[in-house]
Write a protein that binds this ligand. Structure first.
Ligand code: C2O
Ligand code: CU
Ligand code: CU
Length: 496
């Protein structure tokens, strides 16, 4: 359902209002009574041991959540019924996470965007059996950023995330601390995971009828709640936006077209804030924005039709939800606001990765459920990389489907899109990039020092159905002279 701005503003005048959660797939719009205050995922408890290691405990478990007001939805969550707590750690810290699986089937937990040894990555080789606990530990070696975690079981990622398994992982560092940016978690610095879901009449999650890009929902769920509002108390609100959907792209903006500042992307803060009134997010991508709010303000964060379409036919675009509009979050200003300082003119300097001595150039063609004409094989290593080496990857979407491209272990720099420099909002650190049908993207990345002859890292389309259907490959990071260890499935990694 496309709400005209006039109709939208008229709707706001009447209170209490029914928030239309949108209608993408025909039939009556899903209407929930509301609005309700936006839930903020709690910060995960942690304890720092005598060895300085920060310990977290996470349990993946079934539950029942009130996603729609007044309805009980059977869900999966981490330390709760739906989604999980926000983990927070500092650059240089060593973290250890106890991940317990109380689900009725195997799962994994992957640290999306994290520079991490392959055995700690939580990809499809680090399966945690029901009743088992997996205890990865690693040292945070990257700058302040908004990362996230989600399951990655081979062939089952979409279902596990759809049912509610996902959470934020925020990295802090002294450079980001020193900047005068909103940083009071849940007050003027809020995480917002945007997901589309479909519900049955009884309120159960509807997992039927995926499109070619996966399950598309007609109801927008933010931080686990459909139809939420957030009341800001300061004149600048920092929002850490995550597209946690299976396959839906979001083209975001405010109902009154107000400008916001983009301050960060997947891997951290940008060199300078960028003033924009639209931003697009494909599944898995994050963006940090700072939004100006006035006392008594009222606006709506909305998803608008996708503008960045490329070579895609109109009927296919419609099937993939590109024409849909949704209300995402009702944003209000308190009656009296605390003044917040302006966003600093300069944020985090970013040096370009030198490509002169690049160890390899690789090409990846995306089409159907394949990368370079092949589907994922858990027992096939597609290539190997050297630790601390630089590589240049060219990724081309030769399909008439939208795809995106995500690489584990690295934050990359996009140096070229179809022969031109990327727009500044795509020139910061990224771990996931939208690949428009018919377009080509050049990515430059520098691998970590971690090596492992047994466990690979993944690269894949982050449209979760595509990943599940094999649009993924794996690479090993090998030290000079190191040989790959023989692989045999089922892989292990979980233990009781
Ligand atoms: Cu967010 Cu390989 O995943
Ligand atoms: Cu990842
Ligand atoms: Cu894809």
């Amino acid at each position: 359902m496309t709400v005209s701005r006039r109709g939208f503003l008229a709707g706001l005048a009447a209170a209490p209002i029914a928030v239309s959660a949108g209608c993408a797939l025909g039939g009556p719009p899903a209407v929930v009574s509301g609005p309700r205050a936006l839930p903020i995922p709690p910060l995960a408890d942690s304890s720092v041991g005598a060895d300085g290691v920060r310990h977290f405990r996470l349990t993946a478990q079934p539950g029942t959540a009130e996603i729609l007001a007044g309805k009980r939805t059977p869900t999966w969550g981490v330390n709760g019924p739906y989604l999980g707590p926000t983990l927070r750690a500092r650059r240089g810290e060593t973290v250890a996470v106890q991940v317990r699986n109380e689900l009725p089937e195997p799962t994994t937990l992957h640290w999306h965007g994290m520079r991490v040894p392959a055995r700690m990555d939580g990809g499809p080789h680090q399966t945690i059996a029901p009743g088992a606990t997996w205890t990865p530990s690693w040292t945070i070696e990257q700058q302040a950023a908004t990362l996230w975690y989600h399951p990655h079981p081979h062939g089952g990622t979409e279902k596990h995330v759809y049912r509610g398994l996902a959470g934020f992982f925020l990295i802090d560092d002294p450079d980001a601390d020193a900047l005068d940016l909103p940083k009071d978690y849940g007050v003027d610095d809020i995480p917002l995971v945007i997901q589309d879901r479909r519900f049955t009449a009884t309120g159960a999650l509807d997992e039927s009828d995926p499109t070619d890009i996966g399950l598309l929902g007609d109801t927008i769920v933010t931080n686990g709640s459909a139809g939420a509002y957030f009341r800001a108390r300061t004149s600048r609100l920092r929002m850490r936006l995550l597209n946690g959907s299976s396959g839906r792209l979001y083209h975001l903006g405010f109902a009154d077209d107000r400008a916001f500042q983009i301050i960060g992307t997947d891997g951290g803060l940008l060199p300078q804030p960028l003033s924009r009134n639209r931003i697009q997010l494909s599944p898995g991508e994050r963006v940090e924005i700072v939004v100006p709010i006035r006392a008594g303000d009222r606006t709506m964060l909305r998803a608008l039709p996708i503008a960045d379409r490329g070579d895609i036919e109109a009927d296919r675009a419609r099937e993939f939800g590109f024409d849909d509009s949704f209300d995402i979050l009702d944003l209000r200003g308190a009656a009296s606001m605390e003044d917040a300082p302006a966003v600093p003119d300069s944020l985090m300097p970013r040096a370009s990765i030198p490509t002169a001595g690049a160890a390899a150039q690789r090409r990846f063609e995306l089409e159907w459920f394949q990368i370079n004409g092949r589907q994922m094989d858990m027992n096939r290593i597609d290539f190997t990389v050297a630790p601390e080496s630089t590589e240049v990857w060219t990724v081309r979407n030769i399909d008439n489907w939208p795809h995106n491209f995500h690489v584990h272990d690295v934050q990359f720099q996009i140096t070229d899109i179809d022969g031109a420099a990327p727009p500044p909002e795509l020139a910061g650190w990224k771990d996931t990039v939208y690949t428009r049908p018919g377009s080509e993207y050049t990515l430059v990345m520098r691998f970590s020092g971690h090596t492992d002859p047994t466990y690979p890292y993944m690269y894949h389309c982050h449209l979760l159905l595509h990943e599940d259907h094999g649009m993924m490959g794996q690479f090993l990071a090998l030290a000079p002279g190191q040989r790959p260890a023989p692989m045999a499935m089922p892989a292990h990694g979980g233990h009781g």
